[in-house]
Design a protein around this ligand. Structure first.
Ligand SMILES: [Ca+2]
Ligand SMILES: [Ca+2]
Ligand SMILES: [Ca+2]
Ligand SMILES: [Zn+2]
Length: 747
């Protein structure tokens, strides 16, 4: 059905915040047959914490914050001196602070609300302090602006804060952690306290440096300093709105900045305030540049009322909130209900995907004893593809052979962190004869006697091989006197008889971005059959990612579904019993009472079930959060704990999740790299009597498909804006007798 002839539609491409789990949690799932042991422990040197399953990791939480912090907070809207937003055109409406105002020489804070348009040049200066006397050192002072971080074209533009004190030899620049959102209001603040320079966006500290020190300038050069907003003399001008600029002679702390952002003003702070510009009378404190004008009030600024268009939430500026939040029990955009429904309902999201995996087979130096046989590899490969091919996922095998007796002959502990060996607490996952029973930790009460003459006598004496005798004064870790692969229990010795999986992965150092790597661990713990890395783990695409399998449960009859199960975890699937048996408390956001895409395993087509190994519904038991009878439970599902004879399928929701994570995280494991899909249809964000504005969601990965530099913007108009025009559109609403449809009907 035709709509009116040529309505224009502007394409506003809104960028999404980073999805990466920069500060992600390290979580390991395993298909243990007996017990779950996932103690809380801090991984040294990383900001990662091991959390019990069912608990959310940080990235999901962090990503939800910006929406709450959007400008529309009550305090801000009601603040009497909120002032008005002015619009800088980028052409001759920059402002210079009048000479009478004393610009802070030392500590300072500059903060403001801004709504930058897309397609700014790099760099763009929003505000800056310049030196008009010393042309040779024109970079003295500081700048707040927008700069492309990528070297190719104008990609990945971010807010930056740069500073060069009069004494410094070079400039220091810090950038925000993610690209800016065009046409979205953001509160930006930069502070300097003589030691630290910091950049805050929407109240969050996103950059810090201590490269500069001391005052920004001295008394002597005071008269030379010029503060400008909206651009600079080099025409690096800013296009977009600015509101409520504050300049302080102190480095404000994060808490104060958040209060400023919310519009609260503490009268005690006011002596530190140099300027609070609300743009009601800009001519009082500011001068225009030569032949320039004052920036005009923003057209329709703040007054525009948005409306809901489908799933996206449109804010008061008529701009979609394109951050697709996961439910509180989820982690990423692939846990968003609407996204997964689209993957579920639209076949083209689930088009066949071929994925590479690599089996790491370690041999002894004589090449006699592989970790897994060719027969195992081929049988498992066949079974793997049989399991996944009905769901349009196929696996491409490669085998990486490593010849290394020292690795082959050592015990590899799949789930024991090496730092726990000999830490004076018995850790069952580290308890094995070849670790000397957790270096004695699991032998409490056992006291061996070691005659002094045997210590360090060049023979490894088992009765002396304990930590308190320094492992027989080194005898038992000396490869010249003993078979260290049997006797060396000292975790700090390079000859120790065991390794943890992380050490093995470090030694092998195999790229995790090209293949799903499959490692083997001859675990101490016969119960442990596999460990996987979640797609949101920060290791997922590194040499520390991949899955770890017990070779006895790999390519052996009746045990081939273990790998299917572990790969399910790698592709973002939880255990079907997560919502009942892997929750922290009955208040846990993941508790699954009814099948739901927002709780438990985030799949509505797997009924809630407790952890259970049988091939039938579990008998009524004592569930902590209300004793219930679980019926039609998904015991046949690969993500249950039933054995191979029972498991045979994934559900449609699970398949949607796996395809989504393959698009979101694992593009590089697939030989045919495609542009990441856009998970949502465009939404109507604005309508006038003869036009509507649609907004497109960004691609699911947040990364736009790379084209050759230079060709990206050949369709752009001035100012790097891309316009798209619709020539026809349709509506399910009936046609009015006049034959004309209003935009209302095009929603
Ligand atoms: Ca221990
Ligand atoms: Ca000895
Ligand atoms: Ca479920
Ligand atoms: Zn599992």
């Amino acid at each position: 059905m035709k709509l009116w002839t040529s309505p224009w539609v502007s394409c506003l491409v809104i960028l999404i915040l980073c999805f990466g789990s920069e500060c992600g949690t390290v979580r390991r799932s395993k298909r243990e047959l007996v017990r779950i042991r996932e103690a809380k422990a801090t991984i040294p040197g990383a900001c990662a914490t091991r959390l019990p399953r069912g608990k959310r990791s940080l990235p999901g939480l962090e990503r939800r914050v910006p929406r709450q912090r959007r400008r529309s907070s009550q305090a801000e809207e009601n603040s009497p001196d909120r002032g008005k937003a002015v619009y800088f055109t980028g052409r001759g409406d920059q402002l210079r602070l009048k000479p009478g105002v004393e610009i802070p020489r030392g500590n300072f804070t500059l903060e403001m609300w801004i709504k930058p348009e897309g397609g700014q040049r790099s760099p763009t200066v929003i505000a800056g302090l310049y030196d008009k006397c010393f042309y040779a050192s024109s970079d003295r002072g500081w700048l707040l602006g927008i700069q492309a971080v990528s070297e190719h074209g104008n990609r990945d533009p971010r807010f930056f804060f740069s500073l060069k004190t009069d004494r410094a030899h070079k400039v220091t620049s810090i950038h925000s952690n993610a690209r800016y959102g065009p046409n979205q209001w953001a509160h930006v603040a930069v502070t300097y306290d003589g030691v630290y320079m910091k950049l805050f966006v929407n109240g969050a500290q996103v950059g810090v440096s201590r490269e500069q020190s001391g005052d920004v300038f001295s008394h002597l050069t005071k008269k030379c300093k010029v503060l400008m907003i909206g651009g600079n003399a080099l025409n690096h001008n800013y296009r977009g709105a600015v509101e409520r600029v504050g300049l302080w002679r102190q480095a404000r702390g994060q808490r104060q900045i958040i209060r400023d952002m919310q519009g609260h003003e503490d009268p005690q702070d006011l002596p530190q305030l140099v300027i609070r510009e609300t743009f009601d009378h800009p001519g009082r404190k500011w001068l225009t540049v030569k032949d320039g004008n004052f920036p005009q009030p923003e057209e329709g600024g703040g007054g525009r009322l948005g409306f809901l268009g489908g799933v996206g939430v449109v804010n008061s500026e008529g701009i979609l909130d394109t951050t697709l939040d996961p439910p509180s029990c989820g982690q990423t955009v692939c846990d968003n209900v609407q996204v997964i429904k689209n993957y579920n309902n639209l076949w083209n999201f689930r088009r066949p995907k071929k994925v590479r995996y690599r089996v790491i087979n370690v041999w002894d130096d004589l090449r006699i004893k592989p970790t897994v046989s060719d027969h195992q590899i081929s049988l498992q490969h066949q079974q793997l593809n049989d399991a996944f091919s009905p769901y349009n996922i196929s696996w491409e095998l490669s085998v990486h052979n490593v010849t290394n007796s020292s690795l082959r002959n050592r015990l590899i502990l799949a789930n024991c962190d090496i730092s726990k060996v000999g830490d004076d607490a018995c850790d069952p996952e580290c308890n094995h004869p070849l670790t000397g029973y957790d270096a004695g930790d699991c032998m409490s009460g056992y006291r061996s006697r070691c005659p002094e003459h045997k210590q360090g006598n060049g023979v490894c004496d088992p009765e002396c091989n304990w930590e308190n005798f320094f492992y027989d004064l080194g005898d038992c870790c000396n490869p010249n006197v003993t078979d260290v692969t049997k006797t060396c229990f000292n975790r700090s010795s390079p000859h120790k008889a065991y390794l943890d999986v992380k050490e093995v992965k470090e030694i092998l150092n195999l790229d995790g971005s090209t293949h799903l790597n499959v490692f083997f661990a001859n675990s101490s713990d016969e119960d442990l059959v596999g460990v996987a890395t979640w797609p949101w783990d920060k290791e997922a695409l590194t040499h520390l990612g991949g899955i770890v399998l017990n070779p006895s449960f790999y390519g052996t009859f009746g045990h081939t579904d273990t790998m299917v199960h572990e790969i399910g975890h790698s592709l973002g699937l939880y255990h079907v019993f997560r919502g009942i048996s892997e929750i922290d408390s009955c208040n846990d956001a993941c508790l699954e009472t009814e099948p739901s895409m927002e709780t438990g395993d985030l799949c509505a087509d797997t009924n809630p079930t407790p952890k259970f190994k049988g091939c039938h519904d579990p008998e009524p038991g004592n569930e902590t959060c209300g004793g219930r009878h679980f019926t039609h439970t998904p015991f046949n599902n690969y993500m249950s704990y039933a054995d191979d004879a029972c498991t045979d399928s994934f559900t449609l929701n699970q398949v949607a999740r796996m395809h989504c994570y393959l698009d979101l995280i694992y593009q590089t494991w697939q030989p045919a790299s495609k542009p990441p899909p856009v998970p949502m249809p465009p939404q109507v964000v604005e309508q006038h009597h003869n036009s509507i504005t649609l907004e497109w969601f960004p691609p699911i990965s947040g990364h736009f498909y790379d084209r050759d530099v230079g060709s990206v913007c050949d369709k752009c108009t001035e100012g790097r804006v891309l316009l798209q025009y619709a020539s026809n559109s349709s509506s399910p609403r009936p046609c009015a007798p006049s034959g004309h449809w209003s935009p209302r009907e095009a929603e």
